[in-house]
Design a protein around this ligand. Structure first.
Ligand code: NI
Ligand code: MN
Length: 225
């Protein structure tokens, strides 16, 4: 699986020729790792409807005809705007052929840019090519992360460290202790002043306090697993 970090919480996961784009906030992100117009995913997965996550979804879905996977509330809102969607919710996995996907809880809020209620905010676990990744979405630290990390070891966990709206670096280190992934990648920091953080210091804390590795990816950089 190839994991390309696109800045903020945006991630493009490619497995077996299938492109899965998570939270594509690119236009308006001063540190975006790609232009929205360059992307041709098969699926867009949205953890919640905040503007810094839904981002360019309507434009990309319209241009590519890809399927958007999210809460029923977000899917209904997007269908009214012409997108093709597939409704899921927090629960067990659904198979998409060469990958499977399940949504996890996240402690946050969830509305669409016009104020419409978006359902529960979520994280997502994707399994493909024998690998297992977790994208936490926007969330506070919560002890049920231990359940998300149980079973086959997570290969990569993408965790927000920006603070203010989500976990900060110290809380994200505690999350790593619950999730026990092979590798953690910090996200949702450095985009705007309220979420400036020192990712190198976070990486040092992960390495010294946990059994996980840490990869700090610049927007546009990829990780092959
Ligand atoms: Ni949010
Ligand atoms: Mn956010």
């Amino acid at each position: 699986m190839k994991l390309k970090y696109l800045g903020h919480s945006a991630l493009l996961a490619e497995a077996g020729g299938t492109g899965i784009l998570i939270d594509p906030f690119l236009t308006g992100n001063p540190r975006a790792g790609a232009g929205a117009g360059e992307l041709t995913p098969d699926y867009i997965v949205l953890t919640h409807g905040h503007a810094d996550h839904i981002g360019d979804t309507v434009e990309i879905a319209d241009r590519t005809g890809c399927t958007v996977v999210s809460t029923p509330e977000i899917c209904t809102w997007l269908e009214e705007r012409g997108a093709k969607t597939l409704m899921m919710n927090i629960g067990g996995p659904r198979s998409f052929g060469n990958f499977s996907l399940r949504f996890t809880p996240a402690w946050h809020s969830n509305s669409l840019p016009d104020g419409t209620y978006g359902g529960m905010p979520m994280g997502v676990v994707i399994e493909a090519a024998g690998k297992r990744i977790y994208h936490a979405g926007d969330t506070a630290l919560f002890s049920d992360m231990q359940l998300i990390g149980s079973g086959p070891r997570l290969d990569v966990a993408f965790l927000p460290i920006g603070g203010n709206f989500t976990m900060d670096p110290a809380q994200a280190v505690d999350a790593v202790k619950l999730l026990k992934p092979r590798v953690v990648v910090p996200i949702h920091y450095g985009t705007f002043p309220p979420i400036e953080q020192d990712a190198a210091a976070f990486a040092r804390a992960v390495t010294s306090e946990t059994d996980s590795g840490c990869e700090v990816l610049e927007p546009g950089q990829s990780l092959q697993i």
